[in-house]
Write a protein that binds this ligand. Structure first.
Ligand code: FAD
Length: 300
């Protein structure tokens, strides 16, 4: 029996782990992979103390190292079910392991939004990708596309321009919403072609994808398509416990407590921090959630 189980090891979950052990709690962090989005982001900005952008994987590794050094247990596991028990909570993983904890912190973050067009699922991993850091280098010298008009889409196109022969950027609206400096950078790259008012309606291929069809019916030959159209919070497990959600996010108070006693939230999946979704806010919420779990357990 652990005092607290934390699900997710992004900045929210890792910081909750660090603070939980500082409060003397027996804590375990369960996560599909360590580091969350930090580990998959080429460069991280806005992390205090790092004036120059820091490599995401490096920052993620330091976070996880810190948590382990302080004594939080870590298991690389995907949680697929959570139930309430008389003692607290029973947590089941996809490897059929079962963990027990008196309190729970959800820090499962978010996943990439899908296009939901024909061909997306069959060609996912066969040309269609949601992670430019992971898959970008595989497209050296190839024709690729990026769907999206925000910062993530701009950053993906900039990174891909280093490898790919040509990058077509499909922006649904008539202009991009990405930050000004990113748009300026895109304009300076000769192998990036910006296409506004354009969106993918179908992905075509055989064994691998070979082209996309756009809303105007035109077909573009591409070996890869990177989908960067936003994020959706991963609140399925919280919903299993009947936790109150607001617009798909775990509704929390200033103490990061959810509507279910003993269950707290941290990071991108909560309504906290004025819904600013950054590493610094996820980490702050993780610290508060651990503090609240400690107070909850002490009161019990
Ligand atoms: C492309 C991109 C670039 C960004 N750049 C910056 C930046 O420069 N600066 C900045 O401050 N912020 C940046 N952000 C935002 C920042 O990364 C997020 O706000 C932050 O990572 C949220 O942390 P989190 O702990 O809530 O969740 P996440 O980082 O999403 O981590 C959640 C973790 O939970 C795990 N998980 C999910 N479901 C389960 C399950 N069922 N079982 C077990 N584990 C599970 C996941 O595998 C993951 O490891 C960026 C985000 C993106 C997408």
């Amino acid at each position: 029996m652990h005092d607290v189980a934390i699900i997710g090891a992004g900045p929210g979950g890792v910081t909750a782990g660090i603070y939980a052990v500082r409060y003397g709690l027996k804590a375990i962090v369960l996560s599909k992979e360590p580091g969350g989005w930090m580990a998959k982001t080429p460069t991280i900005e806005n992390w205090p103390g790092e004036i120059k952008p820091i490599e995401g994987f490096e920052l993620a590794s330091r976070f996880v190292e810190h948590m382990k050094a302080y004594g939080a247990e870590f298991a690389e596991e995907e949680v697929d079910n959570v139930e309430r028990t008389d003692q607290g909570f029973r947590i089941h993983t996809t490897t059929d392991n079962v963990y027990h904890a008196k309190a729970l912190i959800f820090a499962t973050g978010s996943k990439k939004r899908m296009l939901n067009v024909p061909g997306e699922e069959p060609f996912s991993g066969k040309g269609v990708s949601y992670c430019v850091t992971c898959d970008g280098p595989l497209f050296r010298g190839r024709q690729v596309g990026v769907s999206g008009g925000g910062d993530s889409a701009a950053e993906a196109a900039i990174m891909l321009a280093e490898y790919a022969k040509e990058v077509k950027l499909f922006v649904r609206d008539n202009e991009m919403s990405a930050k000004h400096y990113l748009q300026e950078k895109l304009k300076s790259l000769p192998n990036v072609k910006l296409m506004t008012g354009a969106f993918v309606t179908r992905i075509l291929g055989d064994q691998l994808m070979h082209s996309v069809e756009l809303n105007d019916g035109s077909v573009h030959e591409l070996q890869g398509l990177f989908v960067e159209i936003g994020l959706v919070p991963m609140t399925e497990l919280a919903a299993q416990l009947g936790i109150e959600l607001q617009n798909g996010l775990i509704q929390v108070g200033p103490d990061m407590a959810s509507s279910v006693p003993g269950v707290f939230g941290a990071g991108d999946i909560t309504t906290g921090s004025n819904e600013l979704r950054q590493i610094v806010t996820a980490a702050g919420e993780g610290a508060i959630a651990a503090n609240s779990a400690f107070k909850y357990l002490r009161a019990r």
